[in-house]
Design a protein around this ligand. Sequence first.
Ligand SMILES: [Zn+2]
Length: 305
Amino acid sequence: MNRRMFLACAFATLLAGGCSRGAREESRPAARDGRLRVIATTQVVADLVRELGGDRVDVTSWMGPGVDPHGYEPSPGDLERLVGADLAFSLGLSLEERASDTLARAAAEGHPAFAVAGSIDPSRLLRPAALGGAVDPHVWLDASLWSSAVRGVVEVLASAEPDSRLYFEENARIYREKLAELDEWCRSEIALIPAERRVLITAHDAFGYFGRAYGVDTVGLEGPAPDVPRIVDLVRERGVPAVFSETSMSRGSVDAVVEAVRAVGGTLAASGPLYSDAMGPAGTPAATYPGMMRANVEAITEALQ
Ligand SMILES: [Zn+2]
């Protein structure tokens, strides 16, 4: 089967059903270097798999810096990479709202696809009233909670590559320690902000887990109907000095709140951008998960102190 036929078959399989399993497997490109070829939806998911898989995985993420996963639609190139991969990882919890059907169908068609959040204890998940009882998917913004997703990823990698189990488990042990240190650092830094000013107003409601973990009240501007007058009151009552844009969101709502506070004679700085649903570009400090968390905490403590 030539490449064009292979792709046509992959699309037919993923999007409408068709092509025999045998034909597709035969057409999968051979591994180039013995590494597991892994597709991840977001940069944060890719980073976790890279840390645990080390040099025995070749991880590519669909989404890059500044991309909003909630509205992301997989491109034809994404589908090509998905059918050519050994494993695919998503965050799950409906974060990749528009990509979830594609991933579910890929799994049903024999392309192993796993949701990283699936191994997090459900009792630790938030179901904010603003989401009408749905689970908040932004679990990675609590380093301790994110650490609890490690075990599931290791199991998936070890199932695919049993000879490397000890290697993956050792990577996991080292990475959990790193995340525990990061978690402690975030808590101690945020504690330096005067208690009344620990209010994190961001472009969208991504920081619920962060707030619960590190002792900050959080407000997301985009999401179900932000109540701007209430936010203006909150800013004035608590003496909140700044509101934060995010790299993966438009800053319109942030500017609107800054303007609304000005209109009543107050001052509010537009700070950030924070890294919420996307990390920084390659080569920048925020291009890893610990780096993005540190960059966020530094920006937050500087603006709110
Ligand atoms: Zn989000």
